[in-house]
Design a protein around this ligand. Structure first.
Ligand code: UDP
Ligand code: MG
Length: 328
């Protein structure tokens, strides 16, 4: 595998309420790239921030090579990453958070691996010990469930984040995936290609707080599972069959009991308990089916993934034949 000597790099940077971090982060990223990469640019996506992230980006437009996308509202990180990926046209694309949690020092190592022939190099969180046991247990169960389907032919690696470097071929394939409810970690795994993981320990968030809480994580997990696994649906079928078989056996028992010993009428408690249990099970299964239907509903509406209200390009970038280059 030969990689071009003179390659271009796009850094996709999603930003939601990152006014305090963004300028220093771009400065640090620029400093780490400027001596080693011939051609690079930052694709910054402002995901409907409610602080002054927008102004912060506009203030540094002249200083750095930036392609700025401003969303019309908050669409979520998956949409922000997708927008950045859609714009990326360079030989290599890097996805990196703007809160200093993804170490810029690793980029050089990622690029070396790309040069040696890997198409996708992703960071894996090496140490989750600082997280609460609920989050760790939840994450483990999630990956076990999502990867339980052996017919999927691919596995979604556990603890892999969005911090990754991708060859143009991977990026072009990602652009062709049209689904609306996006679980990016699953899509990266779905596309395949020659991939390698490198462990890293995420730094503390420089300023501000994480946008992901238990509720948003659960919602993301539900999107992930309904997009990449049909096991919950099969489970409802399986459970239904078991319960039906048990019911037939129980019915046979009642019938023979009545025929042999007459009908002594007791058993209302069995009825009441059975009714309660099975209504619960039915509602649960309907809920699972509902999750999948809502996924179908989202898809058939065919709404765009995000709306870009405004775009700006640094004067340092000139558009040549549809490809961005840093002006000499
Ligand atoms: N982010 C975004 N849109 C959102 C939430 C987050 O673009 O709705 C960005 C955020 O600015 C950051 C990255 O996604 O660059 C990761 O977000 P965060 O730090 O809140 O998540 P965590 O690191 O805790 O997973
Ligand atoms: Mg973060």
């Amino acid at each position: 595998m030969s990689r071009p000597e003179q390659f271009t790099l796009s850094c996709v940077i999603p930003a939601y309420n990152e006014a305090e971090n963004l300028e220093s982060f771009i400065e640090a990223l620029h400093a780490s790239l400027k001596n080693t990469i011939p051609n690079f640019l930052f694709i910054i996506v402002n995901d409907g921030s409610s602080d002054h992230t927008d102004q912060t980006i506009k203030n540094i437009m002249n200083k750095y090579p930036i392609h700025y996308l401003n969303f019309s509202r908050n669409f979520g990180k998956e949409a922000a990453l997708s927008a950045g990926i859609d714009q990326a046209q360079s030989d290599v694309t890097l996805l990196i958070d703007s809160d200093f949690q993804h170490p810029v020092e690793l980029i050089a190592q990622m690029l070396d691996l790309w040069k040696s022939g890997y198409d996708m190099i992703y960071g894996v969180i090496a140490d989750r010990r600082h997280e609460t046991w609920i989050k760790r247990y939840g994450t483990n169960s999630f990956y076990r469930l999502i990867n339980a389907n052996r017919h999927n032919h691919f596995q979604i690696p556990a603890n892999a984040g969005d911090f990754r470097l991708m060859d143009k071929a991977v990026v072009e394939t990602l652009k062709r995936l049209p689904e609306r409810r996006r679980f990016m970690k699953g899509l990266y795994a779905w596309v395949g290609y020659k991939t390698i993981a490198i462990p890293f320990v995420p730094a503390e968030r420089a300023a501000g707080t994480s946008s992901f809480n238990l509720r948003t994580l659960l919602s993301l997990a539900s999107t992930g599972i309904t997009s990449f696994s049909s096991i919950p649906l099969r489970l409802s079928g399986f459970l239904g069959s078991i319960i039906s078989i048990c019911s037939v056996i129980y019915a046979a028992y009642i019938a023979s009991d009545t025929l042999i010993f007459g009908n002594p009428v007791p058993g209302w408690s069995t009825l009441a308990a059975g009714l309660a249990l099975f209504s619960g099970v039915q509602l649960l299964m309907l809920g699972i089916i509902g999750e999948y239907i809502s996924q179908i509903y989202e898809e058939v509406k065919q709404r765009p993934l995000y709306v870009i209200a405004e775009q700006q390009i640094s004067p340092q970038l000139s558009k040549i034949e549809g490809k961005f280059h840093v002006a000499p």
